[in-house]
Ligand binder design. Structure first.
Ligand SMILES: Nc1ncnc2c1ncn2[C@@H]1O[C@H](COP(=O)(O)OP(=O)(O)OP(=O)(O)O)[C@@H](O)[C@H]1O
Length: 338
């Protein structure tokens, strides 16, 4: 959240996106998206494949919600059902308070980038936005501000075909913001970008979240989303592994006590000693790893230290480690079995 606010402070002064009407955007208790039992099965009979499996989730209004999962997890399919592009096999829900079964009732308030940046290659960035504004019945006066917002203020007169992939993606996001949507759905906007492009994209997504807008953004890289998302949905093989505040996901990670004997020949004795006090103790490299799923990991570290001293084992290293978000995510994704 703090980093997201920091990105906001870099918003150009010239930003002219109209702020949303608070009466319609911050209704306490009304989520931006709410689905129950959302399922998509492709094919029939023995060839049937369920790629989105009874998903139930909510995205609160005004958050940046990250949708993370490996390739093929079902992120695009889920987003496409919210956009009325894919008909769910089962499930109900609402988007911006309107029924999922009636996309026409809410799509006018939703902007999206779902299938890569496809705009007219021969038109300039500005012409593209103006043409889309005319087609969509949106106010073209927002175009210069949107170009500024996406960092294309000085490239708006260049043709789309001359843009780098990152610039194309950013212009497509400007296009999605025409009409000042309450909900912005972005499917893998960082896909294919280099690290600088990814950083620019993160900053843009954080900026686009201003004014109470809800952003639902997917990536197969958790590290890409972690910095800008208040809310996280973790998907693997069509099944939701986590939904909730980003910080809550990390809080689930099991801390570990790591101890290394000064004398390598003491390692097996140290492992035996640690096993007396914990489950799943393992030797790793030159030390011992003790997961502490419950209780106080520091107290376990102190107990290990005391026991080692009692056995005459001198420790070279003793630390409490908490897996970082990426490591926890990988453990979750690899650990899920169906
Ligand atoms: N029209 C379709 N017919 C059959 N299978 C499909 C269809 N569309 C998607 N799938 C399959 O559904 C699964 C989920 O795909 P989806 O694109 O939703 O995942 P994803 O998480 O967005 O992955 P990626 O990051 O690779 O795009 C994949 O195995 C894909 O092959």
């Amino acid at each position: 959240m703090r980093r997201r606010e920091a990105a906001h402070t870099r918003t150009p002064e010239t930003l002219t996106i109209a702020t949303l009407d608070p009466m319609t955007t911050t209704i306490p208790g009304t989520p931006a998206v709410s689905v129950t039992g959302l399922t998509k099965t492709y094919g029939r009979g023995s060839g049937a494949r369920t790629v989105v499996d009874a998903l139930s989730f909510e995205i609160p209004r005004g958050v940046v919600a990250g949708f993370v999962g490996p390739n093929g997890a079902g992120k695009t399919t889920t987003m496409a059902t919210l956009l009325g592009l894919v008909r769910p096999t089962a499930g109900t829900g609402t988007v911006l308070g309107a029924p999922l079964a009636d996309p026409g009732a809410y799509l006018g308030r939703v902007g999206a980038l779902i299938d890569g940046p496809t705009l007219w290659p021969g038109l300039t960035g500005e012409q593209n936005l103006r043409a889309l504004a005319a087609l969509g019945g949106h106010d073209a006066a927002a175009v210069p501000g949107l170009l500024e917002l996406v960092g294309l203020g000085d490239r708006g007169r260049d043709r789309f075909r001359s843009y780098s992939l990152g610039m194309k993606q950013r212009l497509a996001i400007a296009a999605a913001l025409l009409g000042d949507p309450e909900l912005l759905i972005l499917d893998e906007p960082s896909n294919g970008l280099d690290p600088v492009g990814m950083r620019d994209m993160r900053e843009l997504v954080a900026r686009a979240a201003g004014g109470g807008r809800t952003v639902f953004v997917s990536s197969h890289l958790l590290g890409d989303l972690e910095q800008i998302c208040d809310w996280l949905l973790v998907l693997d093989r069509g099944v939701l592994l986590y939904q909730g505040p980003t910080a809550g996901f990390l809080a689930q990670a099991v801390p570990q006590v790591f101890a290394t004997p000064a004398d390598a020949t003491d390692l097996s004795r140290l492992v035996e000693l640690a096993k007396r006090g914990g489950e799943d103790v393992s030797a790793t490299g030159d030390g011992v790893l003790i997961p502490v799923p419950r209780g106080d990991a520091r107290a376990v570290a102190v107990a290990v230290n005391r026991a080692a001293i009692g056995e005459g084992i001198v420790l070279a290293e003793l630390a409490v480690r908490r897996p970082d978000l990426e490591a926890h995510y990988l453990a979750q994704v690899e650990g899920s079995s169906r």
